[in-house]
Design a protein around this ligand. Structure first.
Ligand SMILES: Nc1ncnc2c1ncn2[C@@H]1O[C@H](COP(=O)(O)OP(=O)(O)OP(=O)(O)O)[C@@H](O)[C@H]1O
Ligand SMILES: [Mg+2]
Length: 371
């Protein structure tokens, strides 16, 4: 199906500052896409160009196949929920939610407006809140009013700029689930801006990772986690241990890498055949859950790329898993995540204890050396 939103070589400059650089992006109808990246990377700017609050300095923006560079915000089939909700404090819930309908040139009848407001309030689980004042609502309820206000016009696209940032952790988790359900129910395309990777991973169909105004990688959560393009993405999506080194030897199937710390790993699968030359700088990424810890060397699995002894510096119980901070003279500090069920037969590893650590050949991911 044709893209509902399309960016073609879109850039945005404010004087000397390039807020967005050469963005190319297609969003499918009904998709839940997140923009993820650190502060200042261009997330809000990108959203504002979709909404029509900003015009690109270069490139073209299409909505449902129509070029909209010169179409004003109020003519676009798009609504936006701002970080600070921007509700009208002097109006009650009903009047806040009905606002968009009452602005229409072909304003619906009072009865129709009542009906639409009730339907929309039901959608965000605020049935019966019509007459409440904004200051009589909790943060989460205000958030829902903002959502209802943006949904009442049935936009094709809903843009959400850090909509949950002001909520506490528990409420935030609840609202994440509600937003996801809401999106599935209404079938509207959602674009969410966040700098919280967990939020992006748990909610999105696809995530667009941004850095310094550019898109670094777009993919579904699994692709980004399992096949990050470079160290920046691997670091931003989940936790990872990184070890720098250079290619020692390579053929189509496998690679040897001389780590800068002096250790060598041999015969690991070549994830980028044809692109590796002897001496090329690379970075190895190993996820904490891919490391195996054992008291007894015999318990380590076969097919090992690297085995060493390391000292436990710290441990954090996380329920069904335990996170260990480990240290080894050559590798430095690194993280390992150990499932509790592996430990039930034994005691958990103690702080200061020396343990065996191993990683499987297949788990070491080779990334470009440059970040
Ligand atoms: N109106 C403006 N005038 C000048 N520079 C701007 C303007 N709006 C944004 N910028 C700059 O453009 C860059 C991107 O800003 P943007 O607001 O898109 O970042 P962001 O990713 O949304 O960050 P945050 O997570 O902090 O909200 C920043 O360097 C910012 O200072
Ligand atoms: Mg922003």
């Amino acid at each position: 199906m044709a893209a509902v939103i399309s960016f073609q070589n879109v850039s945005k400059r404010y004087g000397d500052i390039t807020a967005a650089h050469n963005l190319n992006l297609d969003v499918a109808p009904g998709e839940f896409l997140s923009f993820l990246g650190p502060s200042g990377c261009g997330k809000t700017t990108s959203l504002r160009m979709i909404a029509g609050f900003e015009q690109p300095s270069e490139g073209e923006v299409f909505l449902e196949g129509e070029r909209v560079n010169n179409v004003p915000a109020y003519r676009r089939p798009v609504n936006m929920v701002f970080q600070h909700y921007s509700l009208f404090p002097h109006l009650n819930v009903m009047d806040n939610v009905a606002y968009g309908l009452r602005q229409l040139s072909s304003k619906p009848s009072a009865k129709e407006i009542d009906l639409r407001v009730s339907e929309t309030l039901e959608l965000v689980q605020l049935t019966g809140f019509n007459k409440r004042r904004i200051w009589e609502l909790s943060g989460g309820q205000q958030q829902r009013v903002a959502l209802a206000r943006a949904l009442i016009n049935k936009p094709k696209v809903l843009l959400l700029d850090e909509p949950l940032a002001a909520l506490d952790r528990k409420l935030r988790r609840e609202m994440q689930i509600e937003l996801q359900n809401l999106q599935r129910n209404v079938g509207i395309t959602f674009i969410l801006v966040t700098h919280d990777q967990e939020e992006a991973l748990s909610m999105s169909d696809r995530i667009c990772i941004m850095k310094d105004g550019e898109i670094v990688q777009i993919g579904n959560p699994l692709e980004l986690y399992d096949r990050p393009k470079n160290r920046y993405v691997a670091d931003f999506v989940g936790k990872s241990n990184f070890f720098e080194g250079a290619i020692g030897q390579s053929n189509k199937e496998s690679v040897d890498i001389n780590l800068d710390c002096g250790l060598s790993i041999e015969n690991i699968p070549n994830s980028k055949p044809g692109e590796q030359n002897v001496g090329d700088r690379v970075c190895i990424s190993v996820r904490p859950e891919q490391l195996v810890l054992a008291r007894d060397e015999n318990q380590l699995p076969g097919n090992i790329a690297l085995k060493s002894r390391a000292q436990v510096l710290n441990r954090i119980f996380l329920g069904e898993q335990t996170e260990y901070v480990l240290r080894n003279e050559q590798l430095g500090e690194f993280l390992a995540l150990s499932p509790r069920r592996n430990e039930l037969s034994e005691r958990p590893f103690e702080i200061n204890e020396t343990v065996f650590v191993a990683w499987n050949r297949d788990t070491a991911l080779i990334l470009d050396g440059a970040t």
